[in-house]
Design a protein around this ligand. Structure first.
Ligand code: PLP
Length: 432
């Protein structure tokens, strides 16, 4: 057996299909986020300053001085690691505090922290469903890979409902006896198109047909709701949802994932999920940073408001320049390229020629023909950076002969120009 040949061939397959991923070697600058240093491959000692436009540290909380301070202080006080699994000496005070903070955020009896959001979905969905006799899982067609893996691992029967189609969900629910255990799993905000789930309608169906609800709020926690509790909080549905899953790695800027729910449910997952039991705990520094970010965002909406303003500003500016922005009501700004090779080329051009980093999103993350650049404005981007982004994208669109949506290109402010010259009222408002 030529083992190495197999791996080389596997990689060649991906390259042929334009699915091979290459990573940008970045050094984020906490104080100057979204600026970072980028080291082009093979040029290890020649870093270039670039602007990151695709970070999932949506609010820039990873660079918040109080969050950093909490992390450093906890590392100094308690050391670099947790020292074990939760059961074997790894249950440290900062992680217990974090779980209380998260339960409070979602107004649930309890919460359980995992090493990532991916693991929390795998563990949460599979454990909950497998503890229910003959459970049927009803899963939205566009659910994240971690949820699909959770459904698979549960070993339960599953039915997929068409994305955000509550009529289809109802059809599937109505076909089952009311007394059969059912778990509806869905996301509150789908991060590739940026569309919201009809949370209240799904909750209403769950109640009518006796189902449990499990919501992934990964792209919403910290960012929606008066205290950052997510879309369910914003929509007044948080108390109606049985299980809320979130990450500490996106809006909260750190690392880790969690579920929140009733005391009995959390205790059961704690006691049965191998993904929780047999792995070491997140270190105190990570837990303390997350607690601080959650606490800050419970008390302040300034970051959320500025985040939404920046997202609206970017969408508006891109549309004005005739760039094909996919319309949605959230903070996600997808710009459709529709071709894998050109999407990769657009991303490379942005980085090499313009110092702007936006990762290409290709199949299988999105459907073929809908390849895109996914832009994530943060409260820490400024108006000059928005103007530079639009100019760079227009140049890339022209270079690659990509289609514009309208012929006219509205002139944009140049970096460094006076705020008064701003052509977009929202930009003016957001300029600080
Ligand atoms: C990123 C993501 C996760 C995984 O969260 P991590 O903390 O990054 O592991 C789960 N669900 C969705 C919808 C995601 O986009």
């Amino acid at each position: 057996m030529d083992y190495q040949r197999r791996f080389v061939e596997a990689i060649e397959r991906l390259k042929r299909e334009q699915r091979y991923r290459s990573f940008a070697n970045l050094e984020r600058d906490a104080a100057r986020f979204p600026l970072a240093l980028w080291r082009p491959a093979g040029e290890e000692d020649a870093p270039r300053e670039i602007t990151v436009w695709c970070s999932n540290d949506y609010l820039g909380m990873g660079g918040h001085p109080e969050v950093i301070e909490a992390s450093v202080a906890a590392a100094r006080a308690h050391g670099a690691g947790a020292g074990g699994t939760r059961n074997i000496s790894g249950t440290h005070h900062p992680i217990v505090t974090l779980e209380r903070e998260l339960a409070d955020l979602h107004r649930k009896e309890a919460a359980l922290v995992f090493t990532s959001g991916w693991i929390s979905n795998l563990a949460g969905i599979s454990t909950i469903a497998s503890l229910l006799p003959d459970c049927l899982i009803l899963s939205d067609a566009l659910n994240h890979n971690s949820m699909i893996e959770g459904v698979r691992r549960s070993g339960c029967e599953k039915k997929i409902w068409r994305h955000n189609d509550v009529a289809h969900l109802e059809e599937l629910l109505a076909a089952e006896p009311v007394e059969r255990a059912k778990l509806i799993v869905f996301e509150s905000l789908y991060s590739m198109d940026g569309d919201f789930a009809p949370v209240a309608e799904i909750v209403a169906l769950a109640k009518r047909y006796g189902a449990m609800t499990y919501i992934d709020e990964v792209h919403a926690v910290g960012m929606y709701g008066p205290r950052g509790g997510g879309v369910a909080e914003r929509d007044g549905q948080m108390d109606e949802i049985d299980v809320i899953e979130g990450t500490l790695a996106k809006g909260f800027g750190g690392l880790g994932g969690y579920i929140a729910g009733s005391a009995a449910l959390i205790d059961a997952v704690r006691s049965y999920a191998p993904q929780f039991i047999f792995t070491s705990t997140l270190p105190p520094s990570v837990a303390a940073a997350a607690s601080t970010a959650v606490r800050l965002l419970k008390a302040s909406s300034a970051e959320r408001e500025r985040h939404q303003t920046m997202a609206r500003m970017v969408k508006h500016a891109l549309r004005a320049a005739g760039l094909p922005v996919h319309d949605n009501p959230s903070h996600i700004v997808p710009v459709i390229v529709g071709d894998a090779a050109k999407c990769r080329a657009a991303s490379d051009l942005l980085l090499n020629r313009h110092g702007i980093y936006i990762q290409p999103i290709n199949y299988p993350t999105v459907a073929k023909g809908t390849e895109r650049l996914r832009i994530t404005p943060t409260p820490r981007h400024n108006e000059a950076q928005v103007a530079a982004l639009v100019e760079a994208l227009v140049d890339v669109w022209r270079t690659l002969d990509l289609p514009f949506q309208e012929a006219t290109i509205v002139p944009l402010r140049r970096p460094g120009a006076e705020a008064a010259q701003c052509v977009y009222p929202e930009m003016k408002k957001a300029a600080e």
